[in-house]
Design a protein around this ligand. Sequence first.
Ligand SMILES: [Zn+2]
Length: 189
Amino acid sequence: MKSYKIEAFENLVDAFGSLPSIGKKSAIRLAYHAVMEDGFAAMKLAHAIETGVNAIHKCSKCHNMSEDELCSICSDPYRDSSKLCIVQSAKDILTIEESGQFNGVYYVISEVRDLDEAHLFYAVGGVDEIIFAFPPSIATDTMILYIEDKLKGFEVKFTKIAQGIPTGVELENVDMVSLSRAMQARVKI
Ligand SMILES: [Zn+2]
């Protein structure tokens, strides 16, 4: 049977469909919009994606997103570098910054198996409090124990964000009031 598929369109649908939280229907809608309804906006989007992917990489100190060697938080002399907040994703830094409740610095640890111990030790130098801002779950509790154990030679107080963070929910989906309270009422661990 003859195929009436338009290859370039199918490729675009596949590309949109490969993005997180975009299903097949949305992918078709977005691809159609891009090629048939607003080509200019689509070209702007393509350009912004290309620029972003080329310009943004990991901060060499904390693994936050950055356009420079050090991110804007690590290079800010007014941040309190004695307080280090460990997060699972650089996206969580955006969320905590939006809450305005934390003036320390950050460190991103996505997976324990990717942890570079020597690099973590370097980040922890001069820190007196480590705050774990992980969404509560058995997996993250295990991660906290593991990291604490690695850092047992350091003179630091370990705390974690407190009440109001529901179990199994990503930090970016927590409402700002709950996150602010959790950051203020962090508990010693
Ligand atoms: Zn940084």
